[in-house]
Every structure is written in C-alpha cells, then in structure tokens.
Design a protein. Structure first.
Length: 218
C-alpha cells in the first residue's frame, strides 16, 4: 500500500516560532576523523517541525508526552481541504459540515497548496475556537493542521488549544499535506515517550487504505 510522508524535514533551515530554539546538530564522533562510528547530538525545540502537542503544553495539570494515549495517533483519518477566512485567517466552523465530519475518527486540515518548512509566515491559517468546538463535539480523536499552531502566533489564551483539550482531542501541527489528495487514510504519527515533555517531534505518515476499507465512509 502506498505511503505518504507528511513530516517536515528537520534541518538547520527548518523554521521555528520567533525566539524558539532551532534545530542544530553537532557531531561527537565521525569516522573520517578516526571514530569507530558516526555519533551526533541534536538540539531543538520540541515544537520544531512536525510535532504533537501534549496537554501539558497548554494546561499546567495536563498529561505530559509520556502519558498520552497513543491510540489517538494511530488509525483511520480523513484529509480535508479548507481555506482560512478573515485576516489573520481562521478555519471556520461552517466549513466543518456534518458531511465533512461524518464517520471521521481523525481529521487533518490542508489549508495551503504550498508548504515550505524553511519559511516563517506570521499570518498562517489557524483553526480557531469555533471550529475547534465543532471538532470536539463531533468526537474526533485527533486533529492535525499544516501550519505551526491551532491558534494564531500572537494568541495568549490559545482558545482553540483549550477547546480541543476540553474535548480530549490530540493535536498535530506543521504537517506537510501538499502531496496528499483529500480522502481517508491510515495515520501513523507516534510521539516520543518524553517524561515531562510538553511536545514531541513525530515522523507522521499516511498509509493507503485497503480497497475494501476505502468505501466505508458513511
């Protein structure tokens, strides 16, 4: 079955939230310098590149990354194309119609046909509180988006994050969905078991469903 890699590359050029820690790699051992093998150390914010937010990221009493329910990051999902409305742009609740959500267990939102992991855009499309409430009310297990955050960069109260927390919805951010047609897939996007972690990088992939599963959308 076909696989789509929907993760951003991690490299020094990968953009971060302004002021956050970028990706950096330092070599501890190199074979061309006499080492028995190649060994490196990496340093980065846990929110660089494609990542999962733990509830601890936006709730002092929330679960850390090591305690999240992994079943939410593994299973059937739906990729949906949406366009942000307003300035700065938000996904609207009206776009998440019952037809769009019917039968969906996990939801991945493609807001832009172009994705450049090296370019920071202050005016990226966010989910917004009303759309987050619709997702939570629909019983969606996980929502992912192809932008850096469910809320705008200047937000202080993070209303979309909080609405999803109340609905026990898992979060993925900075997905690259440009090559993926809208439709249903299997998602595999497991976070690292970081004790006390507020977030974790993930290698997120979509796997084509077997032919017998593709027609099961209600």
């Amino acid at each position: 079955m076909r696989i789509w890699d929907i993760s951003e590359p991690l490299e020094p050029a990968t953009t971060t939230f302004p002021g956050d820690t970028p990706f950096a790699q330092e070599w501890v051992l190199r074979m061309e310098r006499g080492g028995s093998c190649n060994v490196s150390t990496i340093r980065l914010s846990t929110h660089v590149g494609t990542h999962a937010d733990a509830p601890l990221h936006y709730d002092l009493a929330g679960a850390d990354m090591a305690a999240v329910d992994l079943r939410r990051y593994l299973g059937r999902c739906r990729v949906v194309e949406v366009q942000g409305q307003g300035d700065p742009a938000l996904v609207t609740a009206a776009q998440l119609t019952p037809e769009v959500l019917r039968g969906a267990e996990r939801l991945l939102l493609r807001t832009n046909p172009v994705h450049d992991h090296r370019r920071w855009n202050d005016r990226f499309t966010a989910l917004g509180a009303e759309a987050a409430e619709v997702i939570a009310a629909a019983g969606i297990l996980l929502v992912g988006i192809d932008t850096p955050s469910m809320d705008h960069a200047a937000s202080k109260d993070l209303p979309a994050h909080q609405a999803l927390r109340r609905g026990n919805v898992a979060l993925l951010e900075n997905l690259d969905l440009t090559a993926v047609p809208a439709g249903d897939y299997e998602l595999i996007a497991l976070p690292l078991r970081i004790v006390g972690g507020d977030s974790s990088p993930v290698r997120a992939i979509l796997r084509e469903l077997p032919p017998t599963e593709r027609q099961k959308r209600p």
